[in-house]
Structure formats: structure tokens, C-alpha cells
Design a binder for this molecule. Structure first.
Ligand SMILES: Nc1ncnc2c1ncn2[C@@H]1O[C@H](COP(=O)(O)OP(=O)(O)OP(=O)(O)O)[C@@H](O)[C@H]1O
Ligand SMILES: [Mg+2]
Length: 328
């Protein structure tokens, strides 16, 4: 099925995720909406705990792995509502529609099977390849992700591989069925700098060659600058700003986005000064009634405490009562 040019490949509409806990409901994601076109990369950034992985896992219907939860909203893959699918149909989507690279490669790899078998299995189930054809394709895929001597590597187990090699195997599995969307959750955090660059270059190349859409979750703004088209900034479960990367990095409108960027620049600075967003993220059990960033915000005024600000704008969306002035 080909999608009309105007229809995004992936659209997330008003996504909400709540975890019931003994101390009350933890609202991990609230009112999150975004869309992704073919061949486009959207980065999601924000401090630890702001809901990035929760959002990614709920798109794939994998949140139950983290315990009981309540998910609301809609996730549309080429217009088809994934929330309405049966578990079986959802497994199919995970095999062919959306590939995922997890924060921890061992989450996607089974320690008791060889890596060749794991890639071939996915090809047999989702693409109906024969055992021989699947094995041959598995070797090609390992070669594609830059694994030396791929035929020999096929017979090895995940524990025989270095962290960087495991990450590449996970990418090979995610890409095996040529998904329309790749969700990459901190794909390079566990890797050393050289391998990081290679993995990012690989994702970029495959995106170009296969026309995949990429949802990239990272805390590394340098990576965002290099590979993303647009960036969404999340704070305490909500999207507070989204814009083309050059616009947001050039002039962030939300005070939190501005703080994040400044903190990142200071990290590169060798003077040893600390990043300066004062205060801490509010507890998800005790969210402020109004804007959740207001207690840490230098621009906050009385009206910020009334209700969470709505997102406004189109090319650049901002949820703030008193944004930094930026050129239209
Ligand atoms: N099963 C669960 N039960 C209760 N709370 C949870 C559960 N899973 C996640 N949370 C909470 O949801 C919030 C969002 O977590 P999430 O892992 O999505 O953050 P993140 O942005 O991916 O962080 P990081 O950058 O550290 O990976 C956090 O406050 C976390 O403690
Ligand atoms: Mg995470």
C-alpha cells in the first residue's frame, strides 16, 4: 500500500500513558502528538525520566513489558490505528512495519540462539523465506551493518560479541524486513565514539537507501544536530517545543529548550562549570497544576501556575505562556 504524499507514515495523536503505583498514578506521557514523513528523522530529546522510552514502547505496544499501564490516544501507521490491532496483528507490525533499536541490545537478542538464527527466524516468519534463503539474507544483512566475516559471525551467540557488534546485530534485526519506520532509543549511548559515528552513518545511509522514517531518541544534542530534520523537546511527559533542528538550535523558544542547549554547550566547555538549569524535574506523583517547568523557569509569571500551556504554532510548536522571542 502506498500512502498519499500528504499522509505521514507514522502519526501519534494525543498519546497518554499512566502507570498505576501504590503511591498513585504516574503520568509518564501526556497529550503527546507528532508525525513523521517517509525519509524523515525526528529526534526526541529531554532529561532522563521525561517519558521518551515510554512513548516509544507504547507506539510498539510493548509497554506491558514494564508492568500494568493505561495507554490512551492513537498511533497511526500509514493511517491504520495500531491501538485497535490484536496482539497477533501487532506482532506483524513489529516485524514488518516498525523496527526498533532498544536502549539495551540484550532486550532484543535472545542469549540462547545464534545471531544468524535470530535474523533468519524473523525473515522466515515475516517474509516467508525458506531456511536457505533466510540464512543467505542474514549474512547479507550482517555485512550491510558492517560486521566483518559475516558468515562466521552467524554461528556465534550474543555473548560472543562486543557491545558495538551486538548493537549492529540489533540494527540488522530491526532492518531485516525493511520497516517503514525505525525507532532508535539511544542507539549509540553504550558505544565508544568511533563505533557511535559508524552506527549513525549506517542509520543515515539506510534511511536514504530504503526511504525509512526514523524516530531517534537521544540525550545527545550533537547527534541530533548531525542526523535529525526536526527535534521535539519533552519535559515531564509533555512535548514543550518542536521545530526544524536549525530553527530550534538557532533560537529555542521554550525556556527549557534554551536551558538544555545551554547546558549541552557548557558540557563541551572545559572550564569545569556546571550546567545551569536550576532545580529538578517534578515528581510524576506531584506534578504542578500549571506548566510543569514553571518552578524552574526564569520567565515564569503568575499565569503559568493556572493550567498546562497548550502547544501553539505550526512549523514551530511551543507550549509556553511566555516564550523567548524568536523570529517567525
Ligand atoms: N512500570 C513503571 N511504573 C511506574 N513508573 C514508571 C514505569 N516505567 C516508567 N516509569 C516512569 O515513567 C517516567 C518516564 O520514564 P522513561 O523511561 O520513559 O523516561 P526516559 O525519558 O526514557 O528516560 P531516560 O533518558 O533515562 O531513558 C519516569 O518517571 C519513570 O520513573
Ligand atoms: Mg529511556
Amino acid at each position: 500500500m502506498t500512502s498519499p504524499a500528504s499522509q505521514p507514515v507514522l502519526a501519534v495523536e494525543d498519546l497518554g500513558v499512566e502507570f498505576p503505583t501504590s503511591r498513585g498514578a504516574v503520568k509518564a506521557v501526556s497529550g503527546l502528538s507528532f508525525s513523521l514523513g517517509a525519509g524523515e528523522t525526528l529526534a526526541i530529546v529531554g532529561e532522563s525520566g521525561c517519558g521518551k522510552s515510554t512513548a516509544a514502547m507504547s507506539i510498539l505496544g510493548l509497554l506491558a513489558m514494564r508492568g500494568p499501564c493505561r495507554v490512551t490516544g492513537r498511533v497511526l501507521l500509514e493511517g491504520r490505528d495500531l491501538m485497535a490491532l490484536s496482539p497477533r496483528a501487532m506482532r506483524e507490525v513489529r516485524g514488518r512495519g516498525i523496527g526498533m533499536i532498544f536502549q539495551d541490545p540484550m532486550m532484543a537478542l535472545n542469549p540462547v540462539f545464534t545471531i544468524g538464527w535470530q535474523i533468519a527466524e524473523s525473515l522466515r516468519i515475516h517474509q516467508g523465506l525458506s531456511a536457505g534463503a533466510a540464512h543467505k539474507r542474514a549474512i547479507e544483512l550482517l555485512d550491510l551493518v558492517g560486521i566483518p566475516s559475516p558468515a562466521e559471525r552467524c554461528d556465534q551467540y550474543p555473548h560472543n560479541l562486543s557491545g558495538g557488534m551486538r548493537q549492529r546485530v540489533m540494527i540488522a534485526i530491526a532492518l531485516a524486513c525493511q520497516p517503514k519506520v525505525l525507532i532508535a532509543d539511544e542507539p549509540t549511548t553504550a558505544l565508544d565514539v568511533t563505533i557511535q559515528a559508524q552506527v549513525l552513518a549506517l542509520i543515515q545511509r539506510l534511511k536514504r537507501e530504503l526511504g525509512m522514517a526514523v524516530l531517534l531518541i537521544t540525550h545527545d544534542l550533537g547527534v541530533v544536530w548531525e542526523v535529525a530534520d526536526r527535534v521535539a523537546v519533552m519535559y515531564a511527559g509533555r512535548k514543550v517545543e518542536e521545530a526544524p533542528v536549525a530553527d530550534l538550535f538557532g533560537a529555542p523558544a521554550h525556556p527549557y529548550a534554551r536551558g538544555l542547549l545551554r547546558a549541552a554547550r557548557w558540557k563541551d566547555d572545559t572550564s569545569g562549570r556546571l550546567p545551569e538549569i536550576g532545580g529538578t524535574v517534578p515528581s510524576p506523583l506531584a506534578m504542578p497544576k500549571g506548566c510543569s517547568f514553571a518552578p524552574r523557569c526564569g520567565r515564569a509569571a503568575a499565569d503559568c501556575g493556572k493550567a498546562p500551556p497548550a502547544l501553539t504554532g505550526t512549523a514551530r510548536q511551543v507550549a509556553c505562556y511566555h516564550p523567548e522571542p524568536v523570529a517567525a
